[in-house]
Design a protein. Structure first.
Length: 332
């Protein structure tokens, strides 16, 4: 099941029925009315799309990724023992965050959306709105770290998934939350991650497909993600066949992007590995790091004919679904 929310060019939430901005005082009621996590869901997946993605395509992309995950889980045995042996089968509920991302496929068009995404997250409201949304989802779900909840497998795990410029929105939202303390207890991670006391929300994993940002973005801008409200890693894929964050990013910013060359430097331990084929299990130690680079050059290779972005959008593959399931597996 997939739900959608839309942001305008300022990053503010748009009412699905009236197509007008939702007033500040109505945000909690809007979330509760339209975006309440269903009780049947074991996992909540928040997906934020990237460049050149119309609203209908954003929904289809999320549906395809989760469909691939369902088929992967159904066709394998032993790769995800915690998901396979759980009393409640893996049942994700997906929320797609949509935003105006279309522009000409030119260096100027790339810069326009780069600047829009940056402005929506820093000068606009996107970080605040997505952060508030994640805070609501975190509060509305049964907490999987609660022992009583774990006993009956009613806990819901929260996973953040971004593509291209959508990764920036998620990073801005998490960074906003990192500097926003609320009363509350510590959270527990599934790896060697520090406890995060009193944050407005926590997420169990963060998966960034082909991020459109400079390689030093986490060392210069998203520095707070080193101590972010995350129970799991920030996992970022990259492929040398991604021309959007290679060729186009190089011309727009005079350096390649994360989606082409991976995270370059980070404010916390960084581990380099490969995106694995669907039959190989991810050992715990390969994902047990705050930042994980995954070289997807063996798998993300295709672009549509004459598409100057190359393999930038070739992330909707079984190998990506395998990685998402593996993060969900290690979250248990």
């Amino acid at each position: 099941m997939i739900e959608t929310v839309d942001l305008d060019e300022t990053g503010w939430l748009v009412d699905a029925e009236t197509e007008r901005p939702v007033p500040e005082h109505r945000l909690p009621r809007y979330f509760a009315t339209y975006l309440a996590p269903p009780v049947w869901a074991t996992d909540i997946v928040v997906y934020v799309h990237g460049w050149q993605t119309p609203p209908a395509s954003a929904r289809r992309a999320a549906a395809r990724l989760l469909g691939l995950a369902e088929r992967q889980l159904r066709s394998t045995h032993g790769l995800y023992p915690q998901l396979e042996q759980a009393a409640r089968p893996f049942a994700p509920w997906t929320l797609v965050v949509r935003w105006p991302s279309s522009s000409p496929v030119t260096p100027g068009g790339y810069r326009r959306i780069r600047d829009r995404a940056h402005a929506m997250g820093t000068e606009g409201h996107a970080a605040h709105i997505i952060g508030r949304l994640l805070g609501y989802l975190d509060a509305a779900r049964p907490d999987p770290t609660d022992s009583a909840v774990l006993a009956n497998r009613a806990g819901q795990y929260l996973h953040l998934v971004g593509h291209s410029f959508g990764c920036r929105f998620l990073c801005e939202a998490v960074q906003w939350a990192t500097g926003t303390a609320l009363d509350g207890g510590d959270t527990l991670g599934w790896g060697d991650f520090p406890a995060v006391p009193g944050k407005p929300f926590t997420a169990d994993s963060m998966l960034l497909f082909q991020m459109a940002a400079p390689r030093d973005a986490f060392a210069t801008h998203f520095t707070s993600l080193a101590t972010a409200p995350l129970r799991g890693p920030v996992a970022a894929t990259h492929s040398r066949y991604d021309r959007a964050t290679g060729f186009w990013h190089l011309r727009a910013e005079r350096r390649p992007g994360i989606g082409h060359s991976g995270i370059g430097v980070a404010p916390a331990p960084l581990f380099n590995t490969r995106l694995l084929p669907t039959h190989r299990r991810y050992p715990h130690h390969t994902l047990n790091h705050r930042f994980v680079n995954l070289d997807a050059s063996e798998h993300f290779v295709r672009g549509r004919r004459l598409n100057p972005a190359g393999a930038h959008s070739d992330h909707l593959r079984p190998e990506s679904a395998h990685l998402l399931l593996s993060l969900a597996e290690h979250s248990r």
